[in-house]
Design a protein around this ligand. Structure first.
Ligand code: FE2
Length: 281
């Protein structure tokens, strides 16, 4: 079964984030679009019946990609066929609160070594879902320290003391290798390139993974954490302008066929998000 969860963000989430990014109030957006303020507030509560023309007016007023906003609003956001990768990538989506969080396991085709990206909050659930044929991870990359993504690290280290842990910042009591913008390492037989992407949190990394001989131009995966989702951006708990700038920067640096593996929701590609993501177009 392909991994095909719903989008992480609905239209209401996108409008709420975009209103904040633009520094507008719902009343100002209503005045700019001619759409009643109550309908805008209803949409933020996931009740909406906008026409395509109204969705376009909202997109223009908020500086969003019109095609992407209409697609989300009509429940038709396109997701691409993922290009083949030169290594196996497994998605383990685990429940967290009312939603789900993604962790990923990449397996090196030559050595069978594995690399884990984010731990979710519960190692027992992670390993209950761990594909049986896969070796235990040689290392874990953390996109950020939020509990849904990294809360399981302590339990994981109890099971695997000495596990190599890469993170965007140090944490008292945990031995981690803090990496940031421009750092490159060979880990578990993969080439890992680090982009520092504050916005969701002050300390947040995204990681590009390829085989060691590959450059950024070769087939690879971007683990985007809570920077970027299919069809949306993460919540900006640090700074929305920085988050949007960082998402645009990273997507602009990578080749279109790069697979994006986000912290929530379905996988996508750089080409797809450049074309349709409401916040990137
Ligand atoms: Fe998250």
């Amino acid at each position: 079964m392909p991994f095909a969860p719903p989008l992480e963000d609905e239209l209401g989430d996108i409008l709420e984030k975009a209103i904040r990014h633009a520094g507008l109030t719902e009343e100002q957006l209503a005045a700019a679009t001619g759409i009643g303020v109550d309908r805008i507030k209803d949409a933020e509560d996931y009740r909406y019946d906008f026409s395509c023309a109204e969705l376009q007016r909202l997109a223009v007023a908020l500086g969003l990609n019109e095609v992407g906003v209409c697609a989300v609003g009509e429940g038709k956001y396109p997701l691409p066929a993922l290009p083949p990768l030169p290594f196996a990538l497994h998605t383990i989506a685990l429940p967290y609160g009312i939603g789900r969080v993604n962790t990923f396991v990449a397996e090196n085709p030559d050595t069978r070594a594995t690399l884990l990206v984010d731990t979710a909050d519960c190692p027992e659930r992670l390993f209950a879902a761990w594909p049986g044929a896969l070796a235990l991870p040689e290392a874990v990359l953390l996109t950020h320290w939020d509990h849904d993504h990294a809360g399981g690290l302590t339990g994981l280290l109890h099971r695997q003391p000495g596990l190599r842990v890469v993170a965007p910042a140090e944490r008292p009591g945990v031995a981690v290798e803090p990496l940031g913008e421009g750092d490159e390492r060979t880990i578990a037989g993969f080439r890992v390139r680090v982009f520092r992407t504050p916005g969701h949190t002050a300390a947040h990394n995204v990681y590009h993974l390829s085989l060691p001989e590959g450059g950024l131009e070769t087939p690879g995966v971007l683990f985007s954490g809570d920077l970027l989702f299919a069809g949306s951006l993460g919540g900006a708990f640090f700074c929305c302008q920085t988050l949007r700038r960082e998402a645009r920067r990273v997507v602009g640096l990578l080749p279109p066929e790069t697979v994006i593996a986000p912290g929530h929701g379905p996988l996508t590609t750089v080409a797809n998000e450049r074309r349709f993501n409401p916040f990137l177009g």
